[in-house]
Design a binder for this molecule. Structure first.
Ligand code: BGP
Length: 470
C-alpha cells in the first residue's frame, strides 16, 4: 500500500466513553438500552422501553475511555496505528440538543483527546453523529423525522468543525446513513416507534439535507478539510441465477445505495420514484432542498464492511431469513458465519469496493471491518485470537486485490480496535479488539487492558505497509 495509506482502528463515543453523566452530558439512545436479547425489542418499542428499568446499562460505564484515553492511545501508538476514527458525543456538548452554545467541559474533553492524538502522530477521523442523537430530541420531535432536528445537528456540527479545525481534517457527517431504513430507531427516527415508512424516509431526507449543509459549510470555510458520507456496505447477492432473484438483489442493493447516490451525485436517483410509489412514501421536500443537495456533495465515500448478504425473490424462502441482526440474509452455502450469524466473506469486500468505485469514482475509505468473536483468556491470561487474525488477513488481502483492480482507497480501519460495547447487542462478549478489556456482559471486571495475539500481528502488518501478513 502507499506510504500515506491510513492504517488504523475505529471506535465510537457511545460504545467506549462511559462517563454518561459526567459534566453536563445529556442522554442518548444507548444510555437507555439494555444488553442482550431485550435490546432488539427495545429498538422496536422506543416509547415502551423508556418506561423500563434495567439492572445494567452497558453504555453508562462502557470501557471508561473518557477517563482512560491516554493509556489507550499509548497502546494504539505502540501498535503503530496511523489513524483513529472516533466520534464526538453530541449530547456531551449539547445535552438536550437545543442549547445555543456547547458545554465547555465537553469541548475541553475533546480538545484534550485530539491533542493527545496529535502528540502521538495519530490522524483523527471524526464521525459527527454515530447513533447518538440527544435522547431529548428523539422524545420531543421523534428524532430526525422532524426537520428541527436537522437544524440542531447543523448548529452542533458547525460548532465542532470550527472548534477542532486545528486538529481534524477528515469528517464523516453521519454514521451508516442507510441504517435508518433497517433499524429506524437506531438511525434516529423514533416517530411512531420507527414504524411509519414515510416518517423514516422523511427522517432520512433530513439527514441528507443536514449532511449536505455541513459538507458545503466545510468546503466554504475549511478548504483543507474533507467531508465524507458513510454506508453500511456489503454487496447483496441473488440466491440463484434466476432473473427474479437477480432483480431482487439489484432492488435491495439500490435501497442502500440510494443515500450515497444522493450524497455523491447531489440528487435523488431516478429509481427512487418507483421506491416511493411501491412503498407509498410521502415526502415533504423544501423549496431549497434540491439546491442544498446539489451544493453539498462529499469528497470521499467511507464504508463499514462485515459481510455480504443473500436475497431471494421467493417469499417462501424469505421466511427462512437469518434474523436477529440489523440486516437479514439467507444463508450462503459457500461461506461460514460468525457466532452472531454474520456471513464471513472476504472476497465480498473486493466485490463491494469494486461496485462502489465503479458507481461513484470517489476515493473510498474502509472505516469499519472486523470479526465479533468470544475471546477466552488461557490459564496465563493470554488471548490467542488466531480466528481474528485469519479474518482480518483475508479481508486485507481482498482489499489489496481491489486496489490492484483500480480502486482508490484512503485507508483501512479495524472496527473496535480495543474491545467495546456491541452496538446491536450491547454485549462486551462480542469482541472485536486487538486489545482486550477485562469486563463481562454484566459490567464485572477490572477494565484492565491487555494485548491479544492479534496486537503484534497488526503491528507487523502496519509496519510493513501490508506486505507482511503471515
Ligand atoms: C456498525 C456500527 C458500529 C459497530 C459495528 C459492529 O453498524 O457503526 O457502531 O458496533 O457495526 O456491530 P455490533 O457492535 O453490533 O457487532
Amino acid at each position: 500500500m502507499e506510504k500515506n495509506f491510513l492504517w488504523g482502528g475505529a471506535i465510537a463515543a457511545n460504545q467506549t466513553e462511559g462517563a454518561y453523566q459526567e459534566g453536563n452530558k445529556g442522554l442518548c439512545l444507548a444510555d437507555v438500552l439494555p444488553a442482550g436479547e431485550k435490546r432488539f425489542w427495545a429498538y422496536d418499542h422506543f416509547e415502551e422501553n423508556l418506561k423500563e428499568h434495567y439492572a445494567y446499562y452497558p453504555s453508562h460505564k462502557a470501557i471508561d475511555f473518557y477517563h482512560r484515553y491516554k493509556e489507550d492511545i499509548a497502546l494504539l501508538k505502540e501498535m503503530g496505528i496511523r489513524c483513529l476514527r472516533t466520534s464526538i458525543s453530541w449530547p456531551r456538548l449539547f445535552p438536550t440538543g437545543e442549547e445555543e452554545k456547547p458545554d465547555e467541559e465537553g469541548m475541553e474533553y475533546y480538545r484534550r483527546l485530539f491533542q493527545e492524538l496529535e502528540e502521538n502522530h495519530i490522524v483523527p477521523v471524526v464521525t459527527i453523529n454515530h447513533f447518538d442523537t440527544p435522547l431529548y430530541l428523539l422524545e420531543k420531535y421523534g428524532g430526525w423525522a422532524d426537520r428541527r432536528t436537522a437544524g440542531h445537528y447543523c448548529r452542533y456540527a458547525k460548532t465542532v468543525v470550527d472548534a477542532f479545525a486545528g486538529y481534524v481534517k477528515y469528517w464523516i457527517t453521519i454514521n451508516e446513513i442507510n441504517m435508518i431504513v433497517h433499524v429506524p430507531v437506531l438511525g434516529g427516527c423514533t416517530a411512531k416507534n420507527g414504524k411509519d415508512v414515510s416518517a423514516v424516509y422523511q427522517a432520512a431526507h433530513h439527514q441528507l439535507i443536514a449532511s449536505a449543509e455541513i459538507t458545503k459549510y466545510i468546503h466554504k470555510n475549511h478548504p483543507d478539510m474533507q467531508a465524507g458520507c458513510m454506508l453500511a456496505a456489503g454487496s447483496i447477492y441473488p440466491n440463484t441465477c434466476s432473473p427474479a432473484d437477480v432483480m431482487e438483489a439489484q432492488k435491495k442493493n439500490r435501497e442502500n445505495y440510494l443515500f450515497i447516490d444522493v450524497q455523491v451525485k447531489g440528487r435523488y436517483p431516478a429509481y427512487f420514484e418507483r421506491i416511493k410509489k411501491e412503498k407509498d412514501i410521502r415526502l415533504s421536500i423544501g423549496e431549497q432542498d434540491e439546491k442544498i443537495l446539489k451544493e453539498g456533495t462529499v469528497d470521499f465515500v467511507s464504508l463499514s464492511y462485515y459481510s455480504s448478504r443473500v436475497v431471494s425473490a421467493d417469499p417462501e424462502l424469505n421466511r427462512q431469513l437469518l434474523r436477529g441482526n440489523a440486516f437479514s440474509t439467507l444463508p450462503n452455502p459457500y461461506l461460514k458465519q460468525s457466532k452472531w450469524g454474520w456471513i464471513i466473506d472476504a472476497d465480498g469486500l473486493r466485490i463491494t469496493l469494486n461496485d462502489l468505485y465503479d458507481r461513484y469514482e470517489k476515493p473510498l475509505f474502509i472505516v469499519e471491518n472486523g470479526l465479533g468473536a468470544v475471546d477466552t483468556p488461557d490459564e496465563n491470561g493470554e488471548i490467542a485470537d488466531d480466528y481474528r487474525i485469519e479474518y482480518t488477513k483475508a479481508h486485507i488481502r481482498a482489499m489489496q486485490e481491489a486496489v490492484r483492480d483500480g480502486v482508490e482507497l484512503m485507508g483501512y480501519l479495524s472496527w473496535g480496535i480495543i474491545d467495546l460495547v456491541s452496538s446491536s447487542t450491547g454485549q462486551m462478549s462480542k469482541r472485536y479488539g486487538f486489545i482486550y478489556v477485562d469486563q463481562d456482559d454484566e459490567g464485572n471486571g477490572t477494565l484492565e487492558r491487555k494485548k491479544k495475539k492479534s496486537f503484534g500481528w497488526y503491528q507487523r502488518v502496519i509496519a510493513s505497509d501490508g506486505e507482511q501478513l503471515d
